[in-house]
Design a protein around this ligand. Sequence first.
Ligand code: ADP
Length: 251
Amino acid sequence: MVKRFDGREYNELRKINIKSNVVDNARGSAIFSFGDTVALAAVYGPKPSKMSLDYEKAFLRVRYNMLTFSTPERKKPTPGRREIELSEVIKRALEPALLLEEIPGSIVDVYVEILNADAGTRTASINAASLALSLAGIPMKDLVVALAVGKIGEKIVVDLNKEEEDYDSEKLKKDHEKSKYIEYYGEGRATDIPVAIIPSEKKFTLIQLDGEISNKELNDALNLALEKALEIKNLMKSNILKHLSSDNFIY
Ligand code: ADP
């Protein structure tokens, strides 16, 4: 029977890989992968900041960057409009879970580098950053967990890869090898919905939508996201706990 391009079920995430504290010089760091999409996050601080001393809570800065070799075609090394926007999107998705008022007058820097991109880089970045912030001891009420859900053709799926994000049944009809996938996905194009969730509160801190979807389908997709976020959170949590109990954790 035909399944998704890469053989997954509609509700199956790509293979998740997590590595904690991979950057010695950072206070906390992590690599988070959804299949071939690999994000590295490193956290510096909290450090005193003249800039934020007047404020009652710490100041969070996020920089998202896609490395030149992260895409099949060489990506321009200078940060573009997309990277500036995604830095802000990631910051806003993380901030509601952080107890920044507990470290007032300080600044926390989060640097995210995309090592390899196959769609879903913002969601992998949020997960990597969330892990790195937790490992750095930044006070937070819960991990923020991010993933994409969406509609490909007529099918609701979880964690779209690049081939799925680019789905177009009209184009596929001309492709002898791939036209069989229309049987699975149906007619139409793809709608990508990256979300971030605070699982303990079932609260969404990010919902973006690129494409078209009905209210009912959006509701189904968001419920699927809530369900899968718990699966991701468990993996993230067990990785942190494993790390905290090992000898390489120094405070
Ligand atoms: P996300 O990575 O969060 O899904 P986009 O929807 O903007 O964000 O990008 C989808 C995918 O398109 C990326 O993951 C990457 O695989 C590819 N992509 C984005 N920007 C570029 C670029 N400048 N050069 C090549 N590929 C890119």
